[in-house]
Write a protein that binds this ligand. Structure first.
Ligand code: FPP
Length: 241
């Protein structure tokens, strides 16, 4: 979906790079997975806070296409954590009106994990209070490459005229075809990089880099960041009258 100039108000779609779990755990003398578990608790709190601030869409970066380079123990611990989280939270998410969906290349994920992902997507498919999108085995460049491949197949099959391909056409093939573009991207832990997250979709997003490590990112700090967003002027390349 394309972005139109908006009046100053809170963001509709917030995307978060939840960074700093490992450092948070290590600073407590704990294994990195301890930090990821604490990180999941924050996801729950922040998602619950969304309706209070008019945030309808929340997209979180849970596992990138580059995260496979971590140790086997961390990768398998994270995969188990995702599966357990999805299974244990399904009922609450359903009751709280949260619609859960995933973006990323799920074909490379374990079959058991894929099954619970499919189940929770179906289970919560009628919810509309908050839309939680979890980026799992997601990379922005990988997403554009996969979308281009699907689009090329349609062109080769004669279903799409190559001359008609524009931004809207490509956007329809992205994993995020069901989402509006993010208005605000938050990254925690003091790193000021976007790390291949929502590259196409964030063309006009505001960025907020905060020093807090993700497990320490409270709903109060989330509220402050959202308030800060309300004071920014978004022009989408236009000039102010
Ligand atoms: C970045 O911290 C965090 C991750 C790679 C994993 C984040 C995952 C969660 C919080 C779980 C969310 C799960 C669901 C299903 C919503 P890091 O390990 O890069 O920390 P560091 O920079 O301190 O090493």
């Amino acid at each position: 979906m394309s972005s139109q100039p908006t009046p100053r108000s809170g963001p509709h779609h917030v995307a978060v790079i939840m960074d700093g779990n490992g450092r948070w755990a290590q600073s407590r003398g704990q294994p990195r997975l301890f930090g990821h578990h604490a990180g999941v608790r924050r996801v729950k709190e922040i998602v619950r806070a969304c309706p209070d601030h008019g945030v309808k869409y929340m997209t979180v970066f849970a596992f990138s296409t580059e995260n496979w380079k971590r140790t086997q123990a961390e990768v398998s611990g994270l995969m188990k954590l995702f599966r357990r989280y999805i299974q244990s939270e399904a009922r609450d998410l359903l009751a709280e009106g949260v619609r859960v969906r995933f973006i990323g290349d799920r074909l490379k994920l374990d079959a058991k994990l894929r099954r619970v992902m499919d189940e929770i997507e179906l289970l919560t498919s009628r919810n509309d209070r908050v839309h939680l999108t979890v980026a799992l085995n997601y990379g922005g460049r990988d997403e554009v490459a996969r979308a281009t491949q699907r689009l090329a197949r349609e062109v080769a099959a004669g279903n799409i005229d190559p001359e008609s391909v524009d931004e809207t056409t490509l956007a329809r093939f992205l994993d995020t075809c069901f989402l509006p573009d993010p208005d605000l991207v938050i990254r925690t832990s003091g790193e000021a990089r976007i790390s291949n997250f929502l590259l196409w979709q964030s063309a006009y997003a505001e960025y907020e880099f905060v020093d807090t490590l993700w497990p320490d990112f409270t709903t109060a700090e989330f509220a402050r960041v959202l308030e800060g967003f309300g004071t920014r002027e978004r022009r989408f390349g236009a000039v102010t009258a």
